[in-house]
Every structure is written in structure tokens, then in C-alpha cells.
Write a protein that binds this ligand. Structure first.
Ligand SMILES: Nc1ncnc2c1ncn2[C@@H]1O[C@H](COP(=O)(O)OP(=O)(O)OP(=O)(O)O)[C@@H](O)[C@H]1O
Ligand SMILES: [Mg+2]
Length: 346
């Protein structure tokens, strides 16, 4: 007959999507019982009674247990954690952070975030990493965009380039010595689609933090997927992020950008160290005049809304697009992010 330990082992793979941690590790599984006929019952103690992820966790838990041999039925009832139990999980208002691999020492973690897709987060992440690496800093990039990873392509890193060792996963290394971890380095082809559900995505991001041998880093930059998706929230809740660089473009309506940024910050409770308005203008190579192709800049209003002193504008630059496309972002020469680098490095 199957034992409680075996059932708990199966349940370890079920994650609370909001906290990004296993329901077993969070001590949510209570009163586990398995009958001789193979019927399993247990209580799932939630952090709040009306947890929006309740149905998903129940379904994941049921599937995980039903996959074990000899199980005929799974019945989940719900309970709620006591205030004291919750305190253990949300130490200082945040979930207890997963331990970093003992060989790793990361000084500062900066996440790059945007309200919507395609505004240049990955490009800005890569440019910041290059600028930091050129100034002699040890830099890593954690590509947290699991379903749309683009960091390896920017650096020309081939798919399948990650290797394992006894101590953990070894990152790929770029020409400038930037350590990169991305799901695209683990799958056989760049075009293979990763269609995963929330818990697997969260689990993978945590692994990228915990099980990768980053070694000693001055800065770890995290390229987030757009918006406040599960993945973005997982990063903020389970990785000790020191600050956020917010990327936007003038295309978005000023008022909407500000409102979105404001609500995002409330959700994340995280300081914004700088705002980057990308594709902000274009300088005509013939007449040298500046054209605001996507409309007027609203970087000032955005910076004010997110309470940051540092805001920069980057031009539309066809050179950047073509170097990025050919995996040569490390050759891109520019000075547009100097202010952001100064605030990150102080
Ligand atoms: N300043 C710029 N000038 C010209 N092209 C740019 C600029 N910034 C980004 N691009 C181009 O715009 C496209 C989108 O950029 P990027 O992939 O960095 O955006 P993203 O916000 O990371 O997108 P996603 O939301 O899909 O992750 C890329 O083709 C990139 O080369
Ligand atoms: Mg991107």
C-alpha cells in the first residue's frame, strides 16, 4: 500500500502559484490519510480562505496523487492557516525566500519590468548587462521570460548550451563574460514553444535562482515577461530583488501608463530605481532633426508616478535592432543608459 511519505513526495511538485513554492514546503497539507482501498483524503490549509488559486491547487494536487499506483480517489478539503503559521511564511511581509546555492554570492538583484510587451525590456536588460560588464563588474542575466525568452538570441548563444555539474546548473557565458540562464538554452531548438502552466513556470524561475551556479556576481539582472503575470510576481516574491527598472514607450497613453505603473507598484511593493522610455524619438540621419515618431514623451509623468529621480530616453536606433537580431548586442555602442548604471552601482 502507498505510504503518506510517498503521497507527500508527489505533492511536493504542486506549487502555490502565488507564492511560487511547494504546498508541502509551505506546510499546507494536513490530516493526510490513505484508506486500504486507496482513497486519499487531506486538508489544504490556505493562507486566505477565498484564495483565488484554490481550484488550481486542488486540481494539481488531485492529479499528482491520482498518478500514484493504487490510488482510487482523492478528496481535498480546505482549511485556513493560523496567523502564527502565516507569519512563518510571510516573514517581514514577504514569503521566506528560497536559499541560494551555497556557492553563490549575489550582491544586487535588479529586475527589468514593463506594463506591456515589445517595448524593449530584453534589449534594455542586455544593454545594462553589457555596460556593467564593460566597467569591470561581474554580471548575470536570469531570463525569467519562460514562454518568450529572447536573451540568448541577443547574445548569439546557441540553444542547448547549458551544462550541469554536481553543484548545480552552469550558466552560458557571453563574450563579455556575462553569465546567462534562459529556458532557450535548455531546449533543443530556439523555435520550440514552451507551453507551460503557471506552477511550472514559477518552479523553473525559482530553479534558475536556486540551482544555477552563478558564483560571485556584482549584479544579477532579471528580464521579466511583460506585465504583472504570474512569472513577474513569482520573481518579486521569491527572489530578493533590490530594485526595478521600468521600461516603457511613448506609444502607450500617458494616463494609462501612469495608472498601470501605479497599480503594478502597489502589487509589487518594490522601489523603481529608474524609468527608461525606449523608442522615445528618432534622429533623422540626414537632417539631424529629432522626431517623436510614437508621440510625445511622458517619461516625466511616469517617473513622478513611480517616485523615481532617474528617467532616461532612448532613441529608435536601427543599428540596435540589427545588432540585436544578429546576436551581436555586445558590439552596440551607446551612452543612453549611463544615468541608470550610476544609480544601480551606487
Ligand atoms: N531603441 C530601439 N531601437 C530600435 N529597435 C529597438 C529598440 N529597442 C528595441 N528594439 C527592437 O524592438 C523589438 C522588441 O524589443 P525587445 O525584445 O527588447 O522587447 P521586450 O519588451 O523584451 O519584448 P517582450 O515583451 O516580447 O519580451 C526587438 O526587435 C528589438 O530589436
Ligand atoms: Mg523580452
Amino acid at each position: 500500500m502507498i505510504t503518506n511519505e510517498e503521497i507527500l513526495d508527489a505533492l511536493k511538485k504542486v506549487f502555490d502559484p502565488e507564492l511560487g513554492r511547494s504546498i508541502v514546503e509551505l506546510r499546507m497539507v494536513r490530516d493526510l490519510h490513505v484508506s486500504e482501498g486507496g482513497a486519499v483524503t487531506f486538508t489544504l490549509a490556505l493562507t486566505i480562505p477565498g484564495c483565488p488559486m484554490k481550484a488550481q491547487m486542488e486540481r494539481d494536487a488531485r492529479m499528482a496523487v491520482m498518478a500514484l499506483p493504487g490510488i482510487t480517489d482523492v478528496k481535498v478539503t480546505f482549511g485556513t492557516m493560523t496567523e502564527d503559521e502565516k507569519k512563518v511564511i510571510f516573514a517581514n511581509g514577504k514569503p521566506e525566500l528560497p536559499k541560494l546555492n551555497k556557492f553563490n554570492q549575489v550582491q544586487k538583484v535588479i529586475a527589468v519590468l514593463s506594463g506591456k510587451g515589445g517595448v524593449g525590456k530584453s534589449s534594455v536588460t542586455a544593454m545594462l548587462a553589457c555596460d556593467l560588464a564593460r566597467s569591470g563588474k561581474k554580471v548575470g542575466i536570469l531570463d525569467a521570460d519562460i514562454t518568450g525568452p529572447s536573451i540568448p538570441r541577443l547574445f548569439g548563444l546557441p540553444p542547448g548550451g547549458l551544462r550541469g555539474s554536481d553543484q548545480g546548473i552552469l550558466p552560458a557565458v557571453t563574450s563579455l563574460g556575462i553569465k546567462v540562464v534562459s529556458i532557450n538554452l535548455m531546449i533543443p531548438s530556439e523555435d520550440a514553444a514552451v507551453i507551460w502552466r503557471g506552477p511550472m513556470i514559477s518552479g523553473t524561475i525559482q530553479q534558475f535562482w536556486r540551482d544555477v551556479l552563478w558564483g560571485k556576481l556584482d549584479y544579477l539582472l532579471i528580464d521579466l515577461p511583460p506585465g504583472t503575470s504570474d512569472a513577474a510576481l513569482t520573481v518579486m516574491q521569491t527572489i530578493p530583488v533590490n530594485g526595478v527598472v521600468l521600461v516603457s514607450t511613448p506609444q502607450e497613453l500617458a494616463g494609462m501608463v501612469v495608472r498601470k505603473a501605479d497599480s503594478m507598484l502597489k502589487q509589487l511593493k518594490m522601489p523603481v530605481v529608474a524609468v527608461v522610455e525606449n523608442m522615445s524619438y528618432f534622429i533623422c540621419p540626414d537632417c539631424r532633426k529629432q522626431h517623436e515618431i510614437y508621440g510625445l514623451s511622458h517619461v516625466e509623468a511616469l517617473a513622478k508616478a513611480v517616485e523615481t529621480e532617474v528617467s532616461v530616453r532612448l532613441p529608435i536606433d536601427p543599428k540596435l535592432a540589427s545588432l540585436a537580431d544578429t546576436g551581436m548586442i555586445e558590439s552596440y555602442q551607446h551612452t543612453g543608459l549611463q544615468q541608470v548604471i550610476s544609480v544601480i552601482t551606487t
